[in-house]
Design a protein around this ligand. Structure first.
Ligand SMILES: [Zn+2]
Length: 346
């Protein structure tokens, strides 16, 4: 099933559409409202139209028959075309396996060609780790019949895909041309091992970064692909997060005896540092924000509060911290509203 956008008219209509949708918001709020990883510097629009719009995918082989295409350590901008998430390709005797498809049709098509040339085989399976656009908007490069994800990912794409599309077209513009949402057709119901062409993949449907996140442990090579449940040296994004559930998922990932970890964003390492660093970020950020709230700081003061060095050394630390304040503060405020007859006064 596909949700159609009109790529021809989009350039003409998208700007006013987005402005109408979000005219009450500031630029920063717009960026927060729209997506997980979308950049604040949205304007000026329509620059650099002459840039060559082709993605240069540079696969690194991290284990026998396992490649990673590392995303830029940035928020989504026109300059990076949304190619900020890590993407994985694996070889198997049945064909290539791809984990996440990137931000656009153009990216998905380049990725599909690369996976076939690296493995000299057709693509047999694609997994989507979660519904954020930098991970799932390249689905058009692949046959929907071989794309698998947990049901929550499929529902999330169905419900939020068009809002994400609007934002992506607005920011990444021509990179997005012709991009439509393609829903996965294979629903992953529970955890378990799937053997694809001699590669044993342990599927771990979890949640916390969003309402539905898939991690995959390739037992054959010892590679753990976390999706955005783990970030490394780059601040985690939280617009759809549940911190408590996310921590539980991280402790499950910590129990996996991985040789190598591929985070959703950040470098690949032969350690579980991405998992522990993400947990520390969630702990520290949640504590700092609730302390700020208890001290009576308003939202702007809380966004500008000094951060400890272990947080500020992560790329995009201040940006993501501010966005997290914007997500958490209204919830903290709602929890303090006077209640009448057991119901919040609104
Ligand atoms: Zn994400």
């Amino acid at each position: 099933m596909e949700t159609k956008l009109d790529p021809v008219n989009f350039t003409k209509s998208s700007k006013s559409l987005v402005i109408n949708m979000f005219s009450q918001l500031t630029r920063r709020q717009l960026a927060v409202a729209l997506s997980s990883t979308i950049a604040a510097p949205l304007l000026p629009a329509f620059v650099a139209e002459a840039a060559p719009l082709s993605y240069t995918l540079k696969p690194q082989e991290i284990a026998d028959g396992v490649w990673v295409i590392e995303g830029a350590q940035e928020a989504i901008t026109f300059e990076n075309g949304g190619a900020i998430a890590n993407i994985v390709i694996m070889d198997s005797t049945d064909g290539a396996i791809v984990i996440d498809t990137g931000p656009s049709r153009r990216f998905g098509e380049a990725l599909a060609a690369l996976a076939q040339s690296l493995t000299s085989k057709p693509i047999t399976r694609v997994y989507i780790t979660h519904f954020h656009p930098d991970h799932a908007f390249g689905n058009q490069g692949f046959d929907a019949k071989i794309i698998a994800a947990p049901e929550g990912v499929i529902t999330g794409l169905k419900e939020m895909g068009n809002t994400f599309s609007d934002a992506m077209y607005y920011i990444a513009r021509d990179w997005m041309r012709g991009t439509e949402i393609v829903l996965p057709t294979i629903s992953i119901a529970k955890s378990g091992v799937e053997d694809i062409g001699g590669r044993r993949l342990r599927l771990l449907p979890l949640s916390g970064h969003t309402t539905s996140d898939l991690a995959i442990f390739d037992e054959t090579s010892g590679t753990l692909v976390t999706g955005d449940l783990a970030f490394l040296d780059r601040a985690p994004t939280t617009p759809h997060a549940d911190f408590g559930i996310w921590r539980q998922s991280l402790s499950k990932l910590n129990d996996v005896s991985a040789r190598t970890t591929v985070p959703g964003h950040g470098p690949v390492e032969a350690s579980q540092r991405a998992v522990s660093q993400t947990k520390n970020w969630l702990d520290d950020v949640e504590r700092i924000i609730s302390e700020n709230f208890e001290q009576g700081l308003d939202i702007t003061e809380a966004m500008n509060t000094p951060l400890p060095e272990n947080l500020t050394r992560l790329t995009l630390a201040r940006y993501e911290f501010s966005r997290t304040v914007m997500h958490l503060y209204p919830k903290l405020e709602a929890s303090r509203l006077p209640r009448v007859g057991g119901r919040a006064v609104d």
